[in-house]
Design a protein around this ligand. Sequence first.
Ligand SMILES: NC(=O)c1ccc[n+]([C@@H]2O[C@H](COP(=O)([O-])OP(=O)(O)OC[C@H]3O[C@@H](n4cnc5c(N)ncnc54)[C@H](O)[C@@H]3O)[C@@H](O)[C@H]2O)c1
Length: 347
Amino acid sequence: MREILNCLGTKVFMADDFTDLSYHVGTYGNKTLWVCDSNTAKMVRPLPSPNVILEAGESSKSFACLERIISVAMDNNLGRDCTFIALGGGMICDITAFAASIYMRGCKVILIPTTLVSMASSTLGGKTSINFRFAKDIVGTFFPANEVLICTDCLRSLTQKDYMNGFAEVLKHSLLTKDDELFNIVATQKQKILDRDSETLKQMITISLQIKKSYIDNDPYERLGLRAALNLGSTFAYALEGMSRLQWSSGQAVAWGVCKAMEASREMGICTKEFAAGVIKLFAFYGFDVNYRIQRGDWMDYRNQLAKNKKTMNGVVSFVLLKDQGEYEIRPIDEDIIKSVVMVPSV
Ligand SMILES: NC(=O)c1ccc[n+]([C@@H]2O[C@H](COP(=O)([O-])OP(=O)(O)OC[C@H]3O[C@@H](n4cnc5c(N)ncnc54)[C@H](O)[C@@H]3O)[C@@H](O)[C@H]2O)c1
């Protein structure tokens, strides 16, 4: 187990393999509460007790499941010196870290991410949350984990769809730095990436986290507009996800959203045509649907979804736009430009 970085007090470790991970978690003693979902519970046998197994899926990021976690902790007389251990994707890590942040005003939390999005991005930065009344991540805290333990062996059982969801996040991070290292890997190592080659994954995840860390360190609580750059593509994407009633998966929507942000940047003269075309080509190269356009009759629905964005300030929706690799601007976009990049053109 190798420490690869430290961000907001969270130590991030990379395991050599599953045996290395198992050895490390065996050192946590018995004042622990394991939280998994119905898929990830099968990854550790026998699963240590006490534990909570939530139904897999976004609907478990709820007050009801939060109550279950807290109840099991209380039923087992866990004190504030206990540790909550999350084994799962972003859903399990988000709710477990939230539960840890409020149990006895905060206990330790260790996250063992098992999806690519949670390894390469979501477990870093201290955002914890549950959903409420269909509003995503509307209740939560900032509570950085004590440790994040990454083991790329866990990714072998992930479905292709969930794997590519996470990969969209990695592609996005590769654009948010002037350093070409990650960009070169994603542009040249397609087969190794699709084969989930362990060494390529370790390298790609480590660099992806370093990029995210560089934004978080300068703006931990997203107050200065620096960390907000990590939301590249999200404004376009969330509206599409909302409009499709979550038929679009988050990674597919983010990939589409980044491409829309590139088209808008090009239309506004913020970036060159060549740069925008290169980014869109990279997403297309990995099979993301970069050409999808909403029907003209769906425009009002899409527009309403845009207005619901959590990052709306004084009724104005802002977008992250790229000038070049690692150079961004955050600003509103004229409605005509939004229409021209997201909607099927009129005949
Ligand atoms: N905290 C943050 O900063 C942040 C950032 C981005 C996303 N998120 C959150 O992350 C969540 C999405 O994360 P996700 O895509 O990991 O979703 P997820 O946790 O729901 O996992 C997706 C699916 O993969 C299954 N799974 C997980 N690991 C597996 C494995 N190793 N093998 C086989 N199946 C496995 C899960 O059971 C689930 O069915 C959302 O709730 C989102 O809000 C949080």
